[in-house]
Write a protein that binds this ligand. Structure first.
Ligand code: M6R
Length: 605
């Protein structure tokens, strides 16, 4: 993953480089660093703490300069220690920051060792730095263009050379990189957000592009080495600090923002039609016979939930696959399948690669459901539906998930209508239910004090099971992911009917079993599964809809959900699971918004 920033200007750019990192911390926060070119020498500060620590170092050491690069790291090769923190230097002459993975770094390292280069880090990045140094003949742009020909893997890099003031060279393949155009100054970054306040004019570099930034312009060469002209786009990225308000963490704030986020995502139209998904959607939807949904993590679980809706409301066969699996397996492409990619960030490397793989197999119709309109995913798909969750800062996805569910429900109703399975009265009913969701969610959020009481007990556990059935099985999966991700408690989810085929062996008095119990057609089956757990001494924690007649008893703790919400019930039932994970993590004292080893946006495979 990692985030990179670069700048050339006639003013001190240290604060731009550091502030850019603060906004890119969602891409990783294992270490950070900055290098500037000052008086013909490279100077650098690095920290294995957060950007605030780097900022203090930069100020204390007056690390000023008019040309520089910076980096926030998500460790791949080498532990998060100072030696592995970027910028990485080659012989105090070249400084480089890198986002991605160089797959042939071992052979390059041997080749460079043969030329006398010594390695001070365990990173794959250092080979790129030495390689550029070895190819430099007075022109950094030319050296980088030569170097990238030898790289296999994914990269976005920014490089400076001590003999070339007012020059930053960048290159990208597989990892994002944008050029920010200023007046007499120019910038590079992993994301336009990093440069908010410095410019609103951006060039989104294409695969294989190499660029050279100077004070007065930008040169770009395409993957074949030819001069390239790229579109300049205006992006007003809001880079201001997002206030926490009365909340302890962004995750808590984002959980409580869900009624607003959902209201903003529900289309205002009185009837749903294909144009909600793009100008060409009517034509595209008319010719499809199935859906192939590709996503990762929480977004994958929203796809799994949608499969139930798409098959029951729209009667359209739907396959859901983890993007990192799909991209590498032999599949049987069906050109009549609509490929749907779901992503909060729109930059997740595995989902992007899966999308490109599907396109290369001949899938013509593609739709992204995404929270970032300027993302690579939205740019790559024929159709798009934007969720309006607003910026999600906590690494744990919450409001992004529930707004994805809203988007997918709208898709199911729209396709159901086009395919003759949803009549006007049913559509009006679905729209009415959607519009009532924000109010229903507020009632669920009011359960927080009861959930806090449970979280105290959970915080002392090391394992937990989550059960759900049907439409709520993906919600159990999502609840388990939330708990493990931020509280570090091992959690697994199962379809409740599957328990007796193995996992029941894990159930003892020490095992909390969280159960999602909506008042739906599978309730009686679920009740039997609950009894199987009770009979083995397991401790059940049940989120039960009104009228389920599941009540507090020995070994069974119940929190009553305010109302049963039919097909939209998963959107309500996930919220107490988010709150349970959140308060359990708080009770364990973990870093809720930035859990260990993770990053908000996973831009490496
Ligand atoms: O940005 P995306 O939705 O593509 O991200 C996918 C996953 O990395 C993400 O949902 C991850 O699983 C969350 N941290 C879970 O809370």
């Amino acid at each position: 993953m990692c985030g990179i920033v670069g700048a050339v200007a006639q003013r001190n750019i240290a604060s731009i480089l550091v502030e850019g990192l603060r906004r890119l911390e969602y891409r990783g926060y294992d270490s950070c660093g900055v290098a500037v070119l000052a008086d013909g020498a490279l100077r650098r500060a690095r920290s294995v703490a957060r950007v605030a620590d780097l900022d203090a170092q930069v100020r204390e050491s007056d690390l000023d300069g008019v040309t520089g690069i910076s980096h926030t790291r998500w460790a791949t090769h080498g532990a998060p220690v100072t030696d592995n923190a970027h910028p990485i230097f080659s012989r105090d002459t070249v400084a480089l920051v890198h986002n991605g993975i160089i797959e042939n770094y071992e052979s390059l390292r041997e080749m460079l060792r043969g030329k006398g280069y010594e390695f001070a880090s365990q990173t794959d990045t250092e080979v790129v730095t030495h390689l550029i140094h070895s190819l430099y003949r007075g022109d950094l742009y030319a050296a980088v263009r030569e170097a990238v020909k030898q790289l296999h893997g994914a990269y976005a890099i920014a490089v400076i050379h001590k003999d070339q003031p007012h020059t930053v060279v960048g290159a990208r393949a597989g990892s994002p990189l944008v050029v920010g155009l200023g007046e007499g100054e120019n910038f590079l970054a992993s994301d336009a957000l990093a440069l908010a306040g410095s410019t609103e004019r951006f060039i989104f570099l294409e695969e294989g592009d190499v660029c050279e930034l100077s004070l007065n312009g930008v040169r770009i060469a395409d993957r074949d080495g030819n001069d390239a002209v790229r579109e300049v786009r205006t992006v007003v990225a809001y880079g201001g600090a997002v206030e926490l308000g009365p909340y302890r963490h962004f995750m808590q704030k984002e959980i409580f923002e869900q009624p607003r986020a959902i209201a903003d995502t529900i289309p205002q139209a009185e009837a749903f039609d294909a144009t909600l998904f793009g100008e060409k959607a009517a034509e595209a939807f008319a010719g499809i016979d199935s859906l192939l949904i590709l996503a990762c993590g929480t977004s994958y679980y929203s796809g799994l939930t949608a499969k139930y809706w798409l098959e029951s409301i729209a009667k359209i066969p739907t396959q859901v696959e983890i993007a990192s699996e799909y991209r590498y397996r032999d599949s049987v492409p069906n050109p009549k399948a609509l490929v749907v990619v779901i992503s909060q960030s729109g930059e997740t490397a595995d989902t992007l690669a899966a999308l490109k793989h599907a396109q290369s197999l001949g899938h013509r119709h593609t739709l992204s459901i995404c929270n970032v309109g300027t993302s690579a995913m939205v740019r790559l798909t024929e159709l798009a539906f934007l969720t309006h969750a607003g910026r999600e800062i906590g690494v744990a996805s919450t409001k992004a998930f529930t707004t994805q569910l809203v988007a997918l429900f709208v898709l199911a109703v729209t396709l159901g209508k086009m395919r003759g399975h949803v009549d006007a009265a049913q559509e009006a009913g679905y729209i009415k239910q959607l519009r009532h969701l924000p109010a229903a969610l507020n009632s669920v959020l009011a359960l927080e004090p009861q959930i806090i009481a449970w979280s105290e007990e959970f915080s002392r556990k090391e394992n937990a099971l989550f059960l759900g059935r049907g439409l709520h099985y993906p919600i159990a999966l999502e609840g388990a992911l939330k708990l493990k991700e931020i509280s570090y408690i091992h959690a697994e989810a199962y379809p409740a009917g599957e328990l007796k085929h193995g996992p029941l062996a894990l159930v003892t008095e020490a095992m909390p079993v969280v159960t999602v119990a909506p008042n739906d057609a599978l309730l009686e089956k679920l009740k039997s599964n609950i009894q199987e757990v009770r009979a083995r001494g397991g401790q059940l924690y049940v989120f039960a809809d009104a009228d389920t007649r599941i009540v507090n008893d020995e070994g069974i703790h119940v929190i009553r959900m305010p109302e049963h919400y039919g097909l939209l019930s998963p959107i309500l039932h996930v919220v107490p699971l988010q709150l349970l994970a959140y308060h359990t993590a708080c009770a364990r004292g973990t870093d809720v918004d930035k859990p260990r080893n993770l990053a908000k946006s996973v831009t490496v495979e």
